[in-house]
Ligand binder design. Structure first.
Ligand SMILES: Nc1nc2c(ncn2[C@@H]2O[C@H](COP(=O)(O)OP(=O)(O)OP(=O)(O)O)[C@@H](O)[C@H]2O)c(=O)[nH]1
Ligand SMILES: [Mg+2]
Length: 188
């Protein structure tokens, strides 16, 4: 019997950045969804529901490879789930909502918050909602410059739309085929 390799990919990012959307878009099984009606004003101004535990979906790539997709809750009061889900993963997608007020500040917040496991786990940054207007007018180069200034200067940055299966697949493939060492923090 052929051995099956399992890859655990975790989506991180603030409320509304598209984590639940990403899992739903790419999963080929019915997803586990723990969204409830949002109550915090910072969330209700973006959307009606929010994830309170996790999202789960899966894709079988071929007879040897299964990808498990996990979405985290974006609200900071559930930040314990970020460590629980992300710490032992094979790849992290940090999603940024381009339409939010300070997306680069948010990105740096995640670099700081999950610093320990970004040093160990291959990661990629996806800038989502680039199709929608923003108040700050940042370009993809601005995001790349922010990453280049961080401790994780080798993490790739892409413009994505998590409603599109090709875009979610692209991020996941980037993680699967990346060399973890090349993505780690460079020696000072
Ligand atoms: N315009 C636009 N909308 C998008 C894009 N990607 C996702 N969306 C929409 O943005 C919303 C994202 O919501 P969720 O996927 O629930 O966000 P989340 O990150 O899971 O949020 P929490 O669970 O609250 O942390 C959905 O309504 C999507 O349809 C995009 O690229 N462009
Ligand atoms: Mg969600």
């Amino acid at each position: 019997m052929t051995e099956m390799f399992h890859h655990k990919i975790v989506f991180l990012g603030p409320p509304g950045c598209g984590k639940t959307t990403a899992v739903q878009t790419y999963s080929e099984i019915e997803t586990v969804n723990t969204d409830v009606k949002a109550t915090e004003a910072s969330v209700t101004m973006i959307k009606e529901t929010t994830t309170v535990a996790l999202d789960y979906g899966a894709v079988v790539l071929d007879k040897e490879t299964k990808i498990h997709l996990y979405g985290t809750p974006g609200q900071e009061r559930f930040d314990f789930m970020w460590e629980i889900l992300g710490g032992d993963s094979n790849g992290i997608v940090i999603l940024v909502d381009h339409t939010s007020e300070d997306p680069i500040g948010t990105l740096n917040f995640y670099f700081e918050k999950v610093h320990d496991f970004l040093e160990k786990v291959p990661s990629v940054v996806g800038i989502n909602k680039f199709d929608s207007p923003s108040s700050h007018g940042l370009t993809l180069d601005d995001y790349k410059a922010a990453v280049a200034k961080s401790d994780f200067k080798n993490i790739p940055v892409y413009e994505v739309d998590m409603r599109k299966e090709d875009d979610v697949r692209f991020l996941v493939m980037t993680l699967l085929f990346s060399n973890p060492l090349s993505l780690q923090k460079e020696a000072e």
